[in-house]
Write a protein that binds this ligand. Structure first.
Ligand SMILES: Cc1cc2nc3c(=O)[nH]c(=O)nc-3n(C[C@H](O)[C@H](O)[C@H](O)COP(=O)(O)OP(=O)(O)OC[C@H]3O[C@@H](n4cnc5c(N)ncnc54)[C@H](O)[C@@H]3O)c2cc1C
Length: 396
């Protein structure tokens, strides 16, 4: 069975549980068990380490398919994929050029092999003041004994309390605002990490994206790349796992909304209720516009996937990645608005599939970089301005 077929089987199970997990804003443990059993936690792990060895394009198909069953569970998967995908696909040559020592490659292989064996990772960047902007992080790291001490607070982390490892962004305690030396650490779940039950949002509720405090000693090997200050550099050069991975999830949500609207309006026509909604021209036109918007965003996402696989470090790939996030995030929100208007109140009762999808879709344009930030990055590039200094908005 292909990875996408496995994802499709998982999505069918996700759909059966989605309402309950959403209602309780609970972590979808059974869905993640399904992913683990299917081997999909190792999707991006090289075969030599026990994984499936897939690339970004396959990842986009898998995440989109999972989101057809549950956007929230697909987002948990996305966070895990962001960690494993970034680790697996940073070219060794680029890592060495950046000054990464040889010891990193063994660290990386161990983390990836653990993922293939079923370990679940997540990402902890967001802070209350900084949002997702890496250069504004307030969580700090400082040398301590044979490793580092991390101290700080993360306000949103998908799966917090349910993960085996957390990719934590932190700045050097002795850094300055001008040169913050922001780094990633892979922090194993432990007592030094105190989860705060703060998550009760509008949509994507079943991601259990609670905040946590951390005050913890980590070994030297926890510093990704064993080199300080890589995070912002990589975010500009290879933003795919911070940007276009979300696009896949919200693409799937947009497709699910369209499918739900088509089924509802088709059924209303067959049952002969009202005037038969399918016979109303502007209802059909809303569906037609939604269909075209979803198809267009899907094509751009596919191109982004192909570009990342073929040329992972390339300014044009970066532009495809931002285009995909912008179009998928906007498609989810706009298709949700238009399709619910076409269907009417019948799809908006509490507990209806469309009602959950509508709420989930709202997060697409909000998740970093927000649609406005993506558009600004693309406008800056189109004007030929420097991606870091050419705009007054720093995406990272
Ligand atoms: C379902 C869900 C799951 C999430 N899971 C995770 C997770 O696992 N890990 C994690 O780290 N985070 C996670 N987040 C948080 C997400 O990354 C944040 O929503 C994001 O970082 C933006 O932060 P904010 O919403 O607090 O917006 P704010 O930072 O308050 O910003 C508000 C708006 O203003 C814009 N803005 C403000 N100031 C600037 C500026 N200087 N430059 C550019 N734009 C600016 C932002 O783009 C945004 O649209 C999740 C969010 C959601 C909705």
């Amino acid at each position: 069975m292909t990875a996408v077929q496995l994802a499709s089987e998982c999505a069918q199970q996700f759909a059966k549980r989605a309402e309950a997990y959403d209602r309780d804003a609970a972590f979808p443990s059974e869905d993640i068990d399904d992913l683990r059993d299917a081997g999909l936690l190792g999707l991006l792990v090289p075969e030599r380490l026990g994984g499936m060895g897939a690339g970004f394009e396959t990842y986009t198909d898998v995440a989109t398919t999972l989101a057809h069953g549950s956007g929230a569970s697909a987002l948990v998967f996305n966070m895990h994929a962001a960690v494993t995908g970034a680790l697996a696909t940073i070219p060794d040559d680029l890592a060495r050029q950046l000054g990464v020592p040889e010891a990193f490659f063994a660290d990386r292989d161990r983390l990836l092999a653990d993922a293939a064996a079923g370990a679940l990772y997540g990402v902890a960047i967001t802070e209350r003041e900084a949002g997702g902007r890496l250069s504004a992080m307030r969580t700090t790291f400082a040398p301590e004994g044979d490793g580092y001490r991390l101290r700080g607070h993360k306000s949103v982390c998908t799966g917090a309390g349910h993960l085996d490892g957390y990719l934590v962004a932190a700045r050097a305690a002795d850094g300055t605002d001008e040169a913050p030396r922001v780094s990633y650490f892979l922090v194993a779940a432990s007592d030094g990490l105190t989860v705060e039950p703060s998550w009760d949002p509008l949509g994507m509720r079943a991601t259990a994206s609670n905040g946590f405090r951390l005050d913890i000693h980590v070994p030297a090997a926890a510093l990704i790349g064993r080199l300080e200050g890589l995070a912002v550099l990589l975010a500009y050069a290879m933003p795919q796992w911070l940007v276009a991975s979300y696009a896949s999830v919200y693409m799937g949500v947009a497709e699910a909304i369209l499918a739900e609207a088509l089924a509802y309006i088709g059924a209303r026509a067959v049952a002969g209720q009202s005037a038969g909604l399918a016979r109303v021209g502007f209802v059909r036109a809303r569906l037609g516009r939604a269909e075209a918007q979803v198809a267009a965003a899907r094509l751009v996402l596919r191109e982004a996937g192909r570009s990342v696989d073929a040329r992972p470090v390339d300014p044009e790939t970066v532009r495809w990645v931002y285009r995909a996030k912008l179009l998928a995030g906007d498609a989810a929100t706009e298709v949700a608005t238009s399709c619910t208007e076409a269907c009417g109140l019948g799809v908006l009762r509490r507990g209806a599939v469309m009602e959950r999808l509508f709420r989930d879709a709202r997060s697409g344009a909000v998740m970093p970089p927000s649609s406005d930030v993506c558009a600004d990055v693309l406008g800056t590039a189109a004007l030929g301005l420097d991606p870091v200094t050419g705009s007054d908005v720093r995406p990272w």
